[in-house]
Design a protein around this ligand. Structure first.
Ligand SMILES: Cc1ncc(COP(=O)(O)O)c(C=O)c1O
Length: 395
């Protein structure tokens, strides 16, 4: 590979079939709320086996509707992970509820069910034991623990057998943030179907894309009706265009995105398989490199749906220096994730400090996402790997 040619961080996988599907929509007068969204939702019901699928215009919107459907009110508590993209915590804050962070497993980066069990027990006891799980700065009286919102990090489901058993003992809703894990399987069951509601997101770096967009899946008909109404400005089924039964949002997915998504979902397994091949090229070339840890898969992950490829450096390596040097070689790389509790707005809202969630912080300090997509070539992977190896050697 010519080193002056930049390897893209990610690339959508688009064929003529997608181009044609979008062009066909543009030749009609129905650019929103037409039949494409119905087809798109049907395709998701079929793919996941869920009873209901609701297309929306972002993963954030989808998760927000789940929080609404779960009856989460101001000052209620929701257990979630600080090792995620900010949207999974933000949707809790949108409803003025309180995200209660629980640290993650060091291998997978997914929320640690043992700590969740402890937190749920303490928070439900009604005595002082619960206090240690709450943010140190809070000027409101915490209300009821209502839900767990786990995230299927990097394309690998969290440990839902353990999480669901805790949730059922304490009557909690489980909102599965599967925005990064469409197509993954946990013990033979599809990601997104593992909690009460699941959300997949389709930004262009995801396993499939609609440009912007997402889909919520659930078997709960009442929740599905509510979500359909809320995505469409709170219109109930009998409402006219200017009648609004509920306070809602415009979270609708347009017809071009739905048409694009319908073709993409028909190619999804092929694209996930291609991503698995790219991941295997990385494992082949990087497994024996000193000071480097490759992603860990849980034995419960019966199918990984690679979203990003995140490597971890040993403590002695300055990850940010490696990223800068890779950038000079035309290899983009990003720290992934930066802990949510240390984001400036979270610090100012809740007074979090360094050291509050040590495993998350450790992963956040050592992790680097390297170029990844289903259209990456073996030459590109080879170049990225050679660059990483030479940068580490010459630090
Ligand atoms: C874990 C996770 N949750 C939520 C989202 C939000 O999705 P969107 O960007 O479509 O709003 C993302 C998107 O990257 C994500 O990775």
């Amino acid at each position: 590979m010519n080193p002056t040619q930049r390897v893209p961080m990610s690339s959508p996988d688009i064929t003529d079939a997608e181009r044609q599907a979008v062009a066909e929509v543009l030749n009609t007068s129905s650019l929103s709320m037409g039949r494409r969204i119905d087809h798109f939702e049907e395709a998701f019901k079929k793919y996941t086996g869920s009873k209901f699928a609701i297309g929306v215009n972002s993963g954030t919107a989808g998760l927000h509707l789940c929080v609404r459907a779960a009856n989460i009110h101001p000052n209620d508590l929701v257990i979630t992970t600080p090792f995620s993209f900010v949207a999974s915590s933000n949707v809790i804050l949108f409803e003025h509820a309180i995200p209660v962070f629980v640290d993650v497993e060091p291998g997978t980066g997914n929320i640690d069910p043992l700590q969740v069990a402890e937190a749920v027990r303490d928070l439900s006891s009604g005595d002082r034991a619960g206090k240690k799980w709450l943010p140190r700065k809070m000027d409101v009286e915490p209300q009821k623990l209502k839900a767990i919102l786990p995230v299927d990090v990097f394309g690998q489901p969290a440990d839902y057998d353990a999480l669901n058993s805790i949730a059922s003992d304490y009557d909690l809703v489980v909102i599965e943030d599967s925005c990064e894990a469409l197509g993954a399987e946990y013990s033979g069951r599809k990601a997104g179907t593992l909690g009460d509601y699941g959300v997949f997101a389709f930004y262009p770096n995801k396993q499939m894309t609609t440009g912007e967009g997402a889909v919520i899946i659930t078997d709960d008909s009442e929740a599905a009706d509510l979500m359909r109404s809320l995505r469409n400005q709170g219109r109930a089924p009998g409402d006219t265009w200017l009648q609004h039964t509920l306070l809602g949002y415009n979270y609708r997915l347009d017809e071009m995105s739905a048409a694009l998504g319908e073709v993409q979902v028909s190619r999804l397994d092929e694209m996930i398989d291609k991503r698995a091949v790219v991941a295997s090229w990385y494992y082949d070339r990087l497994s024996d490199v000193q000071d480097l840890e490759l992603p860990t898969l849980s034995p419960m992950t019966t199918r990984m749906s690679w979203f990003v490829f995140v490597i971890k450096f040993s403590e002695s390596i300055d990850r940010d220096q490696v990223a800068a040097k890779l950038g000079d070689l035309g290899v983009p790389a990003r720290p992934y994730f930066l802990p949510i509790h240390l984001q400036p707005y979270m610090v100012s809202l809740f007074g979090y400090e360094k050291g509050d969630f040590p495993i998350t912080e450790n992963l956040g300090k050592r992790s680097l996402a390297i170029p990844f997509s289903s259209v990456m070539t073996e030459d590109q992977v080879e170049y990225v790997c050679q660059s990483i190896i030479s940068v580490i050697r010459n630090l």
